[in-house]
Design a protein around this ligand. Sequence first.
Ligand SMILES: [Ca+2]
Ligand SMILES: [Ca+2]
Ligand SMILES: [Ca+2]
Ligand SMILES: [Ca+2]
Length: 472
Amino acid sequence: MKKGAILIVFLASLILASGLVFAQSTNPWTADISGKEKRSFNADESIYLASYTVCFPPADNNISVYIVPTKLLGSGDKLEDVRGNASIIKTDKSGFIKTTKIWENTTGGNYLVVLDCNNNGEYDNEPTNYFNETGFSILEIGGAEVLAVEDDIKDEIFSYDSELGIKEVLMMKAAIKVANKEDIILNNIKLTASGSGEDFADVEKAMIYIDENSDGINNAGDLKLGEAGFDKDNGVASMSLNYTLVKGETKNIIITYVFKNFAKDKTYGFNISSMTGKGKDSANLIDFSGLPLASAVKTIGQEKLCKGDIKFSLTPISTFTNMPIVASVLGLQNCSGKKVDIKLNNCDEKESCSCTIQDSLCLCNFASPSTEGKYSVFACIDKNDDGKYTSGEMKSVEIEVKKLEGTIPTVNNANTTNTTNTQPVASKITRQAILKWARAHVITVMAIAMGIMFIILIIILIILIKLMMGKK
Ligand SMILES: [Ca+2]
Ligand SMILES: [Ca+2]
Ligand SMILES: [Ca+2]
Ligand SMILES: [Ca+2]
């Protein structure tokens, strides 16, 4: 009876033991803290090792346990541990390795565990977990860095232009640089507002775009990721997103505000206070470094008052070289006191003449070019005082200039006047030019005059002779 019982217990433990052996694919095996076999780990998990009987002699044997990058091992290969040193683990009385932590603060990659039973630092066909394939792997957690873009949008005054009607203002350009480990699913971006403006009341919403064409402007082809308003003044705009950032890539982002109110002299800005995302492979929360990141500060300027279509004309539009041309600009409202520059070819050139608008009219004159050809003449007015000429601030007229053969009256200097009447300007210029020419050619003028007088005298003489002959 006793013998039978011992036999049953022995057989039962043998079956149990062999069952356990077959539950493991290798001996030794990598495991979680409970000793259950595990071959794929996240970066924040520790690696454990367990085994049945390994090495000889099996009991109370100090074994050097190596972790090496996955490779095909050959007999006599020197073992180099990725942790710096092998760990020494003592087998129990049965020659088992009890579940033992072998690595924490891991580095992502694919590895093998090698038991150096004879502790000679070499591989002598000793036990490994798997052979010629990865024993276990550690997923690398992705990461990302949020960077300011070098030519970020500058602090500046923004003035509403009702003629353009643009209410969306560029606030920030930044880049998200994704580590070359795993794709990241971007879930949320939070902006925290600052500045004297009422962010809840004045800002309809903040918007975020992927600047697909990397030109720093939100335009056609860019992808809108999300939008949100602020919860209160100096509060938070929380944008829910669902965008996959590809590992190893850098994406440029643009953040804009859509304003409801343009409250003069108020300032608006924000920080990207947080970004959240998940590793696509590891499912771990991703750390976005570089935050908080501050936007530009926009101050709201005076809304544009000077408006209207520029009605621009030149008199004449077909003329000779170096001849006077009168420029007139009409049709603008609330622009009194603003300067209009008349320029050849484009509004970046030096002005040919300029005038100041008074009662919605502005006149000046200039000399036509000294080389024949067709020219575009531009009237340029900076309606919104931003130092730039943009749409609605330029108008052009074509002129044709021909060369006049022979001696020509010339105008050497263009005059700048603010007169309000075209005709006297033109006639004054013409008279001045003719007088100047006459002074320069006094002998020619006198010769021509004397010739004409001589011809008239001859004609009078002939008439007198005919009359006298008729009386006879
Ligand atoms: Ca060895
Ligand atoms: Ca504010
Ligand atoms: Ca763009
Ligand atoms: Ca302008």
